[in-house]
Write a protein that binds this ligand. Structure first.
Ligand code: BLA
Length: 243
């Protein structure tokens, strides 16, 4: 269901940047579940280039029961840009949840004016895809912008409106990166590194996907996938407690 999105992201990334592969820890790149009623494959890709420290995306194909496309793009620490976050989920074609946002690292007015305000035109273009749904797992005021796409929709809309919106958001994000001025001052870069680490920690702790991964691929694999790949700069809670 979301393959065209994955292909578009892939093509668009490779046309816009000089990508090199970024390694994915052993065993996490791909997994296949043969569990009864839980057959699924999960596959991930990860790249880097001068502008992007980490561009990862994952596809889960569990046939009719689940189709999921998830991605986060982390600019290099010389850029204070928001991260690009994508989470598209379909369960049995009936529950289709799409989330896409420029995820702000900071929430001060100047930052939002610079990096979130430009999203308003797209937000206004797709009012049907920003439905003001309530968040149960995340705090909408942290790492989300007020112009996120967040909707429950249907397969026909996914193929048309959602794909169109996806392309527009991606295009604007590439434009923002192209226009950004790198700041290589060590203190500035350390501040961004910390903000991106905080994002990983927050996301790893809140991620509603961990139960889903466990149900297909087991708890141990699921924890490794979260802490060694998806949010590799996060420290598992048990590890912090024992320090
Ligand atoms: C919700 N995301 C969800 C849910 C799942 C995932 C299972 C709950 C759906 C539900 O039953 O309501 C799945 N999350 C994943 C998967 C991965 C993941 C498969 O990280 C990794 C491969 N989530 C993100 C990113 C954004 C995001 C980058 O990973 C930002 C755009 C948003 N996901 C997001 C939001 C919700 C969600 C806002 C709704 C959560 C809520 O209600 O608080």
């Amino acid at each position: 269901m979301y393959r065209p999105f994955l292909e578009h992201l892939e093509n668009s990334l490779s046309q816009s940047f000089d990508l090199i592969n970024r390694s994915i820890p052993e065993g996490l790149e791909c997994n296949i579940s043969e569990r009864k009623h839980k057959q699924a494959t999960i596959q991930s890709w990860c790249y880097q280039c001068d502008e992007l420290r980490k561009a990862r995306y994952t596809y889960i194909d569990a046939g009719k029961s689940a189709q999921i496309f998830n991605s986060v793009i982390y600019p290099g620490h010389q850029y204070d840009l928001p991260l690009l976050g994508i989470d598209f989920l379909s369960f049995g074609s009936v529950k289709n949840l799409i989330v896409k946002d420029f995820q702000p690292l900071f929430q001060d007015e100047a930052y939002l004016q610079k990096y979130v305000a430009p999203l308003q035109v797209l937000h206004d273009k797709y009012p049907d895809l920003s439905q003001n749904l309530e968040m149960r797992f995340y705090d909408a005021n942290q790492y989300f912008s007020k112009y996120l796409l967040f909707a429950r929709t249907n397969p026909d809309t996914v193929k048309t409106r959602v794909l169109e919106a996806f392309k527009d958001y991606l295009h604007l994000y590439w434009e923002m990166i192209a226009a950004a001025k790198p700041n290589t001052d060590p203190a500035a870069m350390a501040r961004i590194a910390q903000a991106q680490r905080d994002y990983d920690q927050y996301s790893a702790e809140r991620d509603p996907a961990s139960g889903l991964f466990s149900s297909y691929f087991g708890h141990e694999w699921s924890e490794r996938f979260l802490y060694e790949f998806l949010f590799e700069d996060a420290v598992p809670l048990a590890a912090t407690a024992s320090k």
